[in-house]
Design a protein around this ligand. Sequence first.
Ligand SMILES: NC(=O)C1=CN([C@@H]2O[C@H](COP(=O)(O)OP(=O)(O)OC[C@H]3O[C@@H](n4cnc5c(N)ncnc54)[C@H](O)[C@@H]3O)[C@@H](O)[C@H]2O)C=CC1
Ligand SMILES: O=C(CO)COP(=O)(O)O
Length: 350
Amino acid sequence: MGKKVCIIGSGNWGSAIAKIVGDQCAASDEFHTDVHMYVYEEMIKGEKLTEIINTRHENVKYLPGHKLPQNVIAVPDLVEAGKNADIMIFVVPHQFIRGFCEKLKDHVKPDAIGISLIKGMDHTKEGLQLISDVIKNILSIDVSVLMGANIASEVADEKFCETTIGCTVDANGQIFKRLLQTPNFRICVVNDSKTVEICGALKNIVACGAGFVCGLGYGDNTVSAVIRLGLMEMMKFAKAFFPDNPPQTATFLESCGVADLVTTCYGGRNRRVSQAFVTSKKTIEQLEEEMLGGQKLQGPQTAQEVYKVMQTLKINEDEYPLFVSVYNIFFNNTPVKNFIECLQKHPEHM
Ligand SMILES: NC(=O)C1=CN([C@@H]2O[C@H](COP(=O)(O)OP(=O)(O)OC[C@H]3O[C@@H](n4cnc5c(N)ncnc54)[C@H](O)[C@@H]3O)[C@@H](O)[C@H]2O)C=CC1
Ligand SMILES: O=C(CO)COP(=O)(O)O
């Protein structure tokens, strides 16, 4: 019969990954051919998005211009989509994951395994929680992560790229590799799962900084400085906030680390929208609406979550000037021209 795979999410990245998963499941005996994809129902010019996907095999809103394999079946009911799945792929904007898991609770197979493609973090009274831990704690299943330099439209175009799977159970990492690796989507599996996930979340804050300096008219040298100083803050953060899981430096050299930073700081939505935030003087909400057509930014909210946890844990803000500056620009009306000061006074140069 093969393992049943379901995809929870159908945005830009969710749809691109559905292309890969659908093709791989159709071609392999290890996996059941039909793939359920949970789709948040919307009306598009009078038609349900799920009906469009199931008849025309295209997600016209979030990944227009790409055919989805016919064995990818859009399901508007979350519980129905996840029911009976052996493998669950979570790929929704991080702000929605807790609510989704609460709905799925008690409706997933006890021996199901999950993988999170979600880049972001959750802030609770106790501090920061990784998205994989949110899923794990609510659904009581093992959860791996997949993060890398993977702009969805390029992956959907089958342009070569690499990615990183972080797992705590080696056998599960290998199942996900067999499910997801293609000639143009090459996967390295590592066991430093938490660091892989932290990289995926924090690089979005750094990309906002890259957008700011581009919008302010600085050059490539400045973007590179943002990338490097951002990476130093990411590494420090991973060490300080997850002391029980010392990060392996090598993990930052995988696709999930430096490579994803470079990709997102040059071509990602966080970089593009943050640049327009400087040049257009519009709000992030307006720009998200105008530039992304329903897709969701993760960087500003992650900056806010990271800042809140620094306050909760009484962490010295001066240790993370870039993260704090991105937060202050988005949420405290700090003029964006001040962003350069966080680079000029960075502790890395003291
Ligand atoms: N798009 C990309 O290039 C990449 C995205 N990612 C990550 O993947 C995750 C998901 O991103 P995307 O698939 O790009 O999503 P997206 O940015 O396209 O977001 C839109 C999705 O959110 C859903 N949605 C909108 N309002 C909703 C609501 N009120 N309740 C529930 N769902 C709602 C929409 O139906 C749609 O599926 C994010 O954490 C992102 O950082 C990771 C790698 C690449
Ligand atoms: O994560 C991504 C590329 O790896 C996409 O980044 P954005 O969300 O900034 O587009």
